[in-house]
Design a protein around this ligand. Structure first.
Ligand code: AMP
Length: 287
């Protein structure tokens, strides 16, 4: 595995490979790798000639300074993981390689996708995501880029970014990898006490129930029952549970309102914000 810290050197290396007709799969991460990340890397390996993973804790996407300072940084363990996977390239830049003196910091037009739900809870977060992804796509020029359904709103932002700038990259959205009891894997789960981790599976179980209820009740009724249930859980604070058009992030009232509908939730449990979602309808055949 080659480890690059320099954006310029990585760019020229990957340009050379592309000129030789090799496809490039790209998996951007912030490190603290777990099975969720590894599933993206394995898929990228299966579908491309060369795979690049980035590990970069992007300061622009943190609205809370303490969250940035406390973000886990087990880089040596991550490198071991990636070596075992036989990864081709790791890009592990310092901040000045990504946002150097020539970097022009202007907002990316996101059509308001950055202002709702997670964007409303975390002002500036999706602008930060869009900026780093745009910058990384310039450096890597990936044939395919792999993102997890786990961060669903992020996939909507990236799809918009690719379309808006007419980028020559295919977005591949990979299914959520879960712990055996159902909690979506996340670096944040480490902050949960062991006993709470298993209990937190109520979030996924209630999303499954919601999906089931949609078959014999209206979406409004199904949502109300699940919302009431989530609000009744001890120690849990439901931030939101919404059903949205999976392209525009606009709320839907019925399953007839869009071709791609996703139920998204955030529950604070044991002092940790836990995100999860479930696809209720997909007539777009998203990858
Ligand atoms: P992060 O390091 O948190 O920025 O995540 C890097 C990528 O891994 C993002 O595209 C995430 O959506 C994806 N990811 C994180 N957790 C999971 C999971 N449990 N299942 C699938 N993908 C995930």
């Amino acid at each position: 595995m080659f480890i690059f810290k320099s954006a310029v050197l990585l760019h020229s290396e990957l340009t050379r490979l592309q000129k030789n007709g090799r496809s490039i799969g790209f998996v951007p991460t912030m490190g603290a790798l777990h099975q969720g990340h590894l599933s993206l890397l394995e898929r990228a390996k299966a579908e491309n000639d060369t795979v690049v993973c980035s590990i970069f804790v992007n300061p622009k996407q943190f609205d809370d300074e303490m969250d940035l300072v406390n973000y886990p940084d087990p880089i040596q363990t991550d490198i071991e993981y990636l070596r075992e996977l036989n990864l081709d390239y790791l890009f592990h830049p310092d901040v000045d390689q990504v946002y150097g003196p020539d970097y022009v910091d202007i907002d990316v037009p996101l059509n308001g996708l950055d202002l709702v739900f997670e964007g409303e809870q975390r002002p500036g977060h999706f602008q930060g995501v869009a900026k780093v992804i745009r910058r990384f796509f310039d450096i890597v020029q990936p044939t395919r880029a792999y993102f997890g359904q786990k961060d669903f709103q992020q996939t909507v932002v990236v799809r918009h970014l690719i379309q808006h700038f007419g980028l020559n990259t295919d977005l591949v959205v990979c299914p959520i990898v879960r712990e055996h009891h159902g909690l979506a894997m996340s670096s944040r789960n480490e902050r949960l006490e062991a006993s709470k981790r298993e209990r937190a599976s109520f979030i996924y179980k209630s999303l499954l129930k919601l999906k089931e209820r949609c078959y014999f009740k209206s979406l409004g009724e199904a949502l109300e029952i699940t919302t009431n249930y989530l609000q009744s859980i001890e120690d849990a604070n439901l931030e939101y549970l919404v059903c949205v058009n999976g392209v525009t992030m606009q709320e839907v009232k019925s399953l007839d309102d869009a071709d791609y509908i996703v139920a998204c939730t955030v529950v604070e449990f044991g002092g940790v914000r836990l995100l999860d979602n479930i696809v209720l309808k997909d007539n777009l055949n998203n990858p």
